[in-house]
Design a protein around this ligand. Sequence first.
Ligand SMILES: Cc1cc2nc3c(=O)[nH]c(=O)nc-3n(C[C@H](O)[C@H](O)[C@H](O)COP(=O)(O)OP(=O)(O)OC[C@H]3O[C@@H](n4cnc5c(N)ncnc54)[C@H](O)[C@@H]3O)c2cc1C
Length: 422
Amino acid sequence: MKNENKQYDLIVIGGGPAGMMTSVIAAKDGASVLLLEKNDSLGKKLKLTGGGRCNITNNQINPKDFLEVFGENKKFLFSPFSQFAVKETMNFFEKNGLSLVTEARNRVFPKSQKAVDVFNLLEKLMRKNGVEILTNRQVVKINQSGDDTKIITSIKTKKGEEFFAKNFAIATGGASAPKTGSTGDGFRFLQKLGHTIKKPNPNVVPLKTDSKILHDISGTSWSFCKIRFIQDNKTAFSKTGKILFTHFGLSAPLILNSSYEVKQLLKKGEVFASIDLFPDTEEPDLNRKLWRLFEKNKNKKLKNVLPDFLQKQLANAILQYFPEELANKDINEISKDERKALVKKMKNLKMQITGTLGLEKAVIADGGLVLEEVNFSNMTSKLYSNLYVLGDILNINRPSGGYSLQLCWTTGYVAGKDIKNS
Ligand SMILES: Cc1cc2nc3c(=O)[nH]c(=O)nc-3n(C[C@H](O)[C@H](O)[C@H](O)COP(=O)(O)OP(=O)(O)OC[C@H]3O[C@@H](n4cnc5c(N)ncnc54)[C@H](O)[C@@H]3O)c2cc1C
C-alpha cells in the first residue's frame, strides 16, 4: 500500500542485499520503513551471486583477518565490523533458519546451494517486520533542505510520487552488471548532493585473450591449473585454481581474482598468460603418464586417446596447435619428440591477454562514494546527517569470495540499528 502522506522513519532506495538487510534490521527495532525498488522485483543481482549459489561471506571470524583484503581501506571498516562482522552474519542467517556451509577458501554458501533461499529469507523477514515494499518505483530525485546542517526531506519517483521520511538510505548498488538494476543512479544522486564520486571501473571481471583455439571451446572448464601472467618475459604473478574457457577468453574465480592486477600490468605494456594444466606434475612425470596411456592404446588414433588424458574439448584444442595430421596418427606412429611436445603444450598453453570485459560483465567494480565522506560508525553521509549510504555504492575495492556481500550485511545492519537512535 503506498502512502504518500505518511512520514516514514526510514525510506530505503534499492532492494538489493544492502537495502533488504537495513530495512529488516530497522523494522525489527520498530521503525516504519518503506523500500523503493525500480525493478519489478527485489534482489535481481543477489539471485545471480556465486553462480546462483550465493557466496554469503568469507568465514574468517576475526574481523582483523577478514579486513586484510581491503588494504588501505580497512581503517574505515573497523568500526562497522566491530558491530556486525562474519560471526554475527552467519548467526543471523542460521538463527533465521538458513543452514550454511563453508567451502574451499573459507567461502560460505547456503547449505541448499541456492541464492534464491537467501533472497527468500530476507524478503520473508521484511514482510514479517512490516517493511512496505514498492517495486517498479525508480527514484529520480532526492530533495534536501538546510544550509549548515543539511538533511534529506523527501524523494520523488519517476511516476511523480513524493515520499517523506526522517531518514533515507541509498542502497542503489554500484555499476557492475547494470542489467540487474544497478545503473549508477545512486552515484548521480550523491554527486548532485555535493558528494565526491570516483568513476567506476570493472575490477573483478573476466579477461579477453587472442586465442581463437581456446575461444572455440567456450564453456569448457578445467578444475585445477596454474596460470602465470607474463610481462617483459618475466612472470609478474601466478595463481592456481579452476579455469573456464569462454568465447572471449578466460573466466572463473581464479581469473576474476587476477583481473585487477592484470589491469595494472596492461597499463604498462603487453601481458601474456601461460596455463599449466597439470601444475602438480613435473614435465618428465607427465611424459611418463602419457607414455603409459599410449602403451595401452598403440593401435588407436591420437585424437581418440588424448581425451582420456584431458577433457575431450580441451584435447581437441591442444591438437589444434599441431599440424593436422598428428591428430589422425596411430599412437604407435607418434614419436618421442611429438609426445614431449604434447606434454609441453599441456604445461604451457600461451596466449596474449588483450583486455578485460566491461562493467556489464563485471562481478565487482570499484568506484563510488569516496570513503572520507562517510561516518563509518553509523554509515551516514558526512554531509547529510539523515542519509545512510550502503553496500556497493561505496568506493571499496575487494576480491571475490563473499567480501562484497559481507559489506552489504555489515553496512546494512549498522545503518538499520542506528535508525532507532536517530
Ligand atoms: C554475477 C555476479 C555474481 C556475484 N557473486 C557474488 C558472491 O557470490 N558473493 C559476493 O559477496 N558478492 C557477489 N557479487 C557482488 C554482489 O552481488 C554485490 O556486491 C551486491 O549485490 C551489492 O548489493 P547492493 O545492495 O549494494 O546493490 P545491488 O545488489 O546492485 O542492488 C541495488 C538495487 O537498487 C535498485 N536501484 C538502483 N537504482 C534505483 C533507483 N533509482 N530507484 C530505485 N531502485 C534502484 C536496483 O534495481 C537494485 O535492485 C556478485 C556480483 C555479480 C554481478
